[in-house]
Design a protein around this ligand. Structure first.
Ligand SMILES: [Zn+2]
Length: 324
């Protein structure tokens, strides 16, 4: 568990804005569950996105928290979409151990004319969903990519796991809007939840048992194709049948959700990891970026008083800098 200034032992397992790692030894399955509440609201409130864009970005944030929290080293996990739909780009950054930031680029006119409810597929259109992992000081980079082609983020992520990872994986994410009673202030808030499970048998040969069993291998199946393990079929079906309401229910903490899903097999959880709404922009970083620009481009960016105005796309913070 990474060092953190937060006392993780004091963090309730049923809290919002946490990632809860779990394992089901009997099914050789490990995973993480995530629940997001006020972190979503504080990220989204800084932008003035239409509700459907907020919902889609909340899904991307949930997916990023699930995948990024697997990093075992200091580094950054980034999710990015690029597509031809009304929402042309989503970017979500996860910095270990806990910091999340996100933004969306979209065409307000096209979003406005979509029939409601607008699904992920109609918002995104065709393009790709990409993941980038950057590891600390060495700047080691890993990139993975999957086509977005008429499916939502959850389905695309499943496709990605199938294509790129050797580990059998199952994922569910859900986002819900909670209506608040009473006048004044925010009338709604966002909640999201997700679960990612992966089949990691401690004895790798276990995965091959079915393949080596001469009894029931159908004719024509190549020897190297590995049949799915019964344990994984069971674990996967627990995850895939998790309902949206279970993932976001404020009355059902993550610890109880995991117990509900896996209690017949026995489930153990580790210390939760806290998630924070935290950008990493700074005057220093903006300076560094501007230094890469050509002098004539900088001249064009200067305002009347000679300062250069830059707004961070992630957190909407406005910087005004003199350069040179
Ligand atoms: Zn920022």
């Amino acid at each position: 568990m990474a060092e953190s200034s937060t006392n993780l032992d004091a963090l309730p397992l049923s809290a919002d804005d946490i990632v809860l790692p779990f394992r089901v030894e009997a099914l050789d399955t490990r995973g993480r569950a995530v629940r997001l509440g006020s972190v979503l609201d504080s990220i989204l409130a800084r932008h003035d996105y239409p509700r459907v864009v907020e919902r889609l970005l909340a899904e991307a944030i949930t997916l990023t928290a699930l995948m990024g929290s697997s990093l075992k080293f200091e580094g950054r996990f980034q999710l990015q979409t690029k597509s031809d739909g009304p929402v042309s780009m989503l970017v979500v950054d996860f910095m270990t151990p806990s910091d999340i930031r996100a933004y969306a680029s979209f065409d307000a006119g096209r979003v406005g004319t979509l029939p409601r409810p607008a699904g992920d597929a109609s918002l995104l259109g065709s393009g790709y969903l990409g993941f980038t992992i950057e590891q600390g000081a060495q700047q080691t980079r890993y990139q993975g990519i999957v086509a977005l082609d008429g499916q939502g983020l959850e389905a695309a992520a499943m496709q990605y796991f199938k294509q790129s990872e050797q580990i059998p994986s199952a994922i569910r994410i859900a986002v819900a809007e909670e209506q608040l009673a009473g006048g004044g202030g925010a009338r709604h808030r966002w909640r999201a939840g997700g679960i990612l499970a992966q089949f990691l048998p401690t004895a790798p040969e276990r995965m091959r048992q079915a393949d080596l069993d001469p009894g029931d291998a159908p004719a024509g199946v190549p020897r190297h194709e590995i049949a799915e393990d019964d344990a994984w079929i069971e674990a996967r079906s627990f995850v895939e049948t998790t309902e949206d309401i279970e993932l976001v229910d404020p009355e059902l903490g993550l610890d109880r959700l995991l117990y509900r899903l896996f209690n017949e097999r026995g489930v153990a959880v580790s210390n939760p990891m806290l998630l924070r709404d935290q950008c990493r922009c700074s005057e220093e970083r903006i300076h560094e970026m501007l230094r890469q620009f050509k002098a004539e481009d900088l001249a064009e960016m200067r305002e009347e008083d000679g300062l250069i105005g830059i707004t961070c796309e992630f957190c909407a913070r406005r910087y005004r800098l003199s350069l040179g």
